[in-house]
Design a protein around this ligand. Sequence first.
Ligand code: ADP
Length: 556
Amino acid sequence: MSHLTQVPPETVRKWQEIVNLLAEIMRVPSALIMQVEPPNIKVFVSSESKGNPYEPAETAALNTGLYCETVMKTRQPLLVPDALQDEAWKSNPDIKLGMISYLGVPISWPNGEIFGTICVLDRKKNSYSEIFLRLLLMWRDVLQADLRTLATLDRQLEERDAKIRRLFDADIIGVFIWDLEGRIIEANDAFLRIVGYEREDLISGRVRWTDLTPPEWLDRDVHQWVPEFKRTGHLQSFEKEYFRKDGSRVPVLIGAASFEEGGDQGVSFVLDLTERKRAEAEARESERRYREIQTALAHANRVMTMGQLTASISHEIRQPIGACATNAEAGLRWLSAPSPDLGEVRQAFERISKDARRASEVMNRIRGLVRNAPTDKEWVQINEAIREVITLTRAEAEKNSVSVRMELAEDLPLVQGDRVQLQQVMLNLIMNAIDAMSAVDDGPRELTISTGKDESNAVLVTVRDSGPGVSPENVERLFEPFYTTKAGGMGMGLSICRSIVESHGGMLRLSANVPRGAVFQFTVPGDQDGASGPSAAHEGALSNKSDNDSCQPQCP
Ligand code: ADP
């Protein structure tokens, strides 16, 4: 591995500075770093000192008796103070260049392989003091530390390349290597399959990522991703589309990394998203169909519940209309008197107008609940919505001898939701409570509807009855669709209530009332900014029976 490693230019510049300093400190014409490249040895860096005959990149053959060769072979420092006086050195090749003295030490790669030497040479006899040898050894250590860093980087790069290669060859995801000009330099079969091209297309250079990218994505690639890639050297995964060879489009997830800092080549990993997109579209479609069936069932449930209420509600309408007729007759009588009492006539008209308004309000409420309108989120004052439902169910409660009591808290936050749906929940819970209580003959029939806030500031609505209650093993079954114990029941009411409440971000729960009966409670998150509903005071008993023992809300 080591001999493949390139010493980067900034390290070479540093090494140059080292040999320049060495030559200057030791006052010699040559300080060198030599690198072995069998069968030669090369001048890797040469000091820029006066009279230095060695040029960088110059090579000399090995096995010719060079000083440095001995240092590399023995892996020991070598001192030759005067080659001309030394039998062993008097004919070595450096003498031709006039270099008769030498001090050099070996440099190794971290794995022990020899890199070369660092050495100084002089034209004159030179014994190089001990301190110079120490200096040379110290610089040698600096060079070896640089080589260690290089080797580590090199190993990391090799490991990364091997990983990319494994991914590339595994053909599980598409991998391709590209440059910023749009070329695709290499691609695996998985990538070619995704874009529907043959390997010949790739080899002929016909496949360019810029051509594969539809114009609207190319614009983003060029203006957003390319600058980001240049800046950071990688791209977080993002979705885009490619043109296939046949012109169709394929959705993909793509991520990219550069091979080297500031380089213009990168490797991309590409996942075909076709299947996932189809599954998502199917999930959306089935969600849409499911919603359509919610909505339809909820509407059927409202129409049915209102159907049950027809008799009672017609009383709500008949009563003000009857009053209108009576008042109109009275008014006419006052008018036909010999001296008409206009004051009485005015009062009759006022009563007519009030009753007519009452009847039309009831009609509007019924229309609102029976209408098959799409869901509509708005800010709802829960107390007001509850009061309207109570108006519609009052006669039904009376008919079943149920006393209704309202305990509506003041200063409730507004809730965001579908008013009709929330009223449907109330209507179902109230009708169920009346049904349940009409089945018991003994004891008072009490229905309490209260509002308040829970600890998370959500609006809490409680419907409490004194009916037979629900046995613990049946609590969850009640909320299942089509579970009913009533002869004409559909069993959808509570399951619809729960999904309405949950789609509003709340919860619907059931618990036991004391001493008997059931407590249904639901929450709806309130406006966090603190917008308040209308001031709603304690409403007291509403029905034919007065009830002063107001029930305290119990948390399930
Ligand atoms: P349905 O009213 O058509 O039966 P629901 O889903 O509204 O459908 O109610 C399911 C069942 O839950 C009812 O049949 C009844 O047995 C039971 N239930 C609902 N509310 C009460 C209640 N307040 N007290 C006792 N049982 C109840």
